[in-house]
Design a binder for this molecule. Structure first.
Ligand code: NAD
Length: 243
């Protein structure tokens, strides 16, 4: 079977690791990015050097027209898209409720949740049956991230419900929908959130006493998309070192 996957927000971090690992498993990969075209090209070059197939494509996945173009161009390059990783996400600086304004809240919801909805819609418009989606949620959907990012945590909670609902709605078409919930993974997202060393600060609270790696999350994404997980849908893998 020809396996074609779109990984959103894949120019760096967890998305880049998932894109590379999926390519090693034989997927043709579309590396979606927002602004970082140079980084996205490097991910594509790495994949091609390793004998894999990849393109990169700029699209803001919170915009319906961009999402349509992303799917059209991937389809033109590789044929029917069979798998989807909704990974793109955004985290603003730590703040309490009174300091989170409506613009920030909406931006977080649009980037983190609306994007999953739009990409899932486009995905099922072009594949009628047999496929898989993984949504990248967060351990914050369980903790609520008080005094830090309740907006972000709420967006990840919404991803969890969307994952569950879509898994039931798409089960009769054998399209599986699952999620991963990373805990503290050392990526540039924490610097964007105003604390580059957040993982180190919180390590003592993690039962396994270390942050996770992007490869550890990518492994779970790859497994959930694979035939090895053919009877798994509507579920989540927590990758949070026991937290
Ligand atoms: P990251 O910031 O490196 O990756 C996020 C990517 O999404 C970036 O490349 C960014 O450019 C892209 N992006 C943002 N808005 C976009 C848009 N509108 N359209 C397209 N791309 C867009 O951080 P990461 O840690 O690799 O995060 C990947 C995912 O994992 C995110 O959904 C994040 O919420 C989730 N996550 C990360 C952690 C962690 O500790 N790093 C923990 C839990 C969940």
């Amino acid at each position: 079977m020809n396996k074609v996957v779109i990984v959103t927000g894949a120019s760096r971090g967890i998305g880049a690791a998932a894109a590379k690992l999926l390519a090693k498993q034989g997927y043709a990969v579309c590396v979606n990015y927002l602004h970082a075209s140079e980084q996205a090209k490097i991910v594509v070059e790495d994949i091609i050097k390793g004998g894999g197939k990849a393109i990169c494509f700029q699209a803001d996945v919170s915009q319906e027209a961009d999402v349509k173009r992303l799917f059209e161009e991937t389809n033109k390059a590789f044929g029917q898209i069979t798998h989807l990783v909704n990974n793109a996400g955004i985290l603003f600086k730590q703040a309490s409720l009174q300091d989170i304004d409506v613009d920030r809240f909406q931006k977080v919801m649009n980037t983190n949740v609306l994007s999953c909805f739009l990409c899932a819609k486009e995905f099922i418009a072009q594949i009628k049956k047999n496929g898989a989606i993984v949504n990248v949620s967060s351990a914050a959907s369980r903790t609520g991230a008080p005094f830090e990012y309740v907006d972000y945590a709420a967006s990840k909670g919404a991803i969890d419900s969307l994952t569950k609902g879509l898994s039931l709605e798409l089960a009769e078409r054998n399209i599986r929908v699952n999620g991963v919930r990373p805990g503290f993974i050392k990526t540039d997202m924490h610097a964007d959130g105003g604390e580059p060393n957040r993982v180190e600060r919180l390590t003592p609270q993690i039962p396994l006493k270390r942050g996770g790696t992007v490869e550890e999350v990518a492994n779970a994404v790859v497994w959930l998309l694979s035939e090895q997980a053919s009877y798994v849908t509507g579920t989540f893998i927590d990758l949070a070192g026991g937290k």
